[in-house]
Design a protein around this ligand. Structure first.
Ligand code: PEP
Ligand code: MN
Length: 263
């Protein structure tokens, strides 16, 4: 169902009053985790001013260690709703399991499936039953075909609104957190009609190098990007090492827009 062979034209998703896919380019920006009212609201205003159309922020965080910050959970969702109301930005947050799906569904405009859950088939089936757009992130060791098959699980249940997201894969390289597989973008666009986003933050994991990968994502033909932005990256509770501060984000947005216009 996700193949270009069965549907040659690009799928365009309606999220609020935005159209994702086709000729448009969208930027989802915000902190890795929602940490406080002040943090999420200031970030929402800053990214909106810089041109982002959607806000990200983790509430239920799938951390590698059980002793790391696990997110504000329900309180984080409430803060995202407040930020949405105050700024008009659409919001996305990760849905970590089926137990919290109802709560996350109610609070967000796009359901994010994280890399660690790309092959959580019961979660894929559960979001497939919803009628809300899903941003499906590629597993860190998943092939392009496995990503497409994970999307197939969602679409097979009737939810056709899926965005594929390249977020870096594990390779032998240790200098960067992951290796952003830009190859995946033209391959996915060729193989599937679904929109394709890129996450340059998790893709490279190095703050100073994120803007270059933002620009690369536009140039390679992605339909949008999802970027981590924090008011004070060194003090972030998660992923500070790859988060842009407000001036860095604003500067990158000018570059991204210039490349998007030239395409
Ligand atoms: C995130 O978006 O903060 C996140 C946990 O991403 P991923 O699932 O790609 O690791
Ligand atoms: Mn993160």
């Amino acid at each position: 169902l996700v193949s270009r062979e069965v549907k040659p034209e690009d799928t365009q998703l309606r999220v609020g009053d935005l159209t994702i896919g086709g000729a448009s380019f969208h930027v989802i920006a915000g902190p890795c985790s929602v940490e406080s009212r002040e943090q999420i609201l200031s970030t929402a205003h800053a990214v909106k001013k810089a041109g982002a159309t959607m806000l990200r922020g983790g509430a239920f965080k799938p951390r590698t260690s059980p002793y790391e910050f696990q997110g504000l959970k329900g309180d984080g969702l409430a803060l995202l709703m407040e930020a949405r109301k105050e700024t008009g930005l659409l919001v996305t947050t990760e849905v970590k399991d089926t137990a919290t799906l109802d709560a996350v569904d109610e609070a967000t405009d796009i359901l994010q499936i994280g890399a660690r859950n790309m092959q959580n088939f019961s979660l894929l089936e559960a979001v497939g039953e919803r009628r809300k757009p899903v941003l499906l992130k590629r597993g860190m060791s998943a092939t392009i075909k496995e990503l497409l098959m994970a999307a197939e699980y969602i679409v097979a249940r009737g939810n056709t609104q899926v965005i594929l997201c390249e977020r870096g894969i594990r390779t032998f390289e240790t200098m960067t957190r992951n290796t952003l597989d830009l190859n995946a973008v033209p391959m996915l666009k060729q193989l599937s009609h679904l929109p394709v986003f890129v996450d340059p933050s998790h893709g490279i994991g190095v703050r100073k190098a994120v803007p270059a990968m933002m620009r690369a994502a536009v140039a390679v033909g992605a339909d949008g990007i999802i970027v981590e932005v924090h008011p004070d990256p060194p003090r972030a509770k998660s992923d500070g090492a790859q988060s842009l501060d407000f001036p860095e984000f604003e500067k990158s947005m000018h570059e991204v827009r210039a490349i998007a216009r030239a395409m």
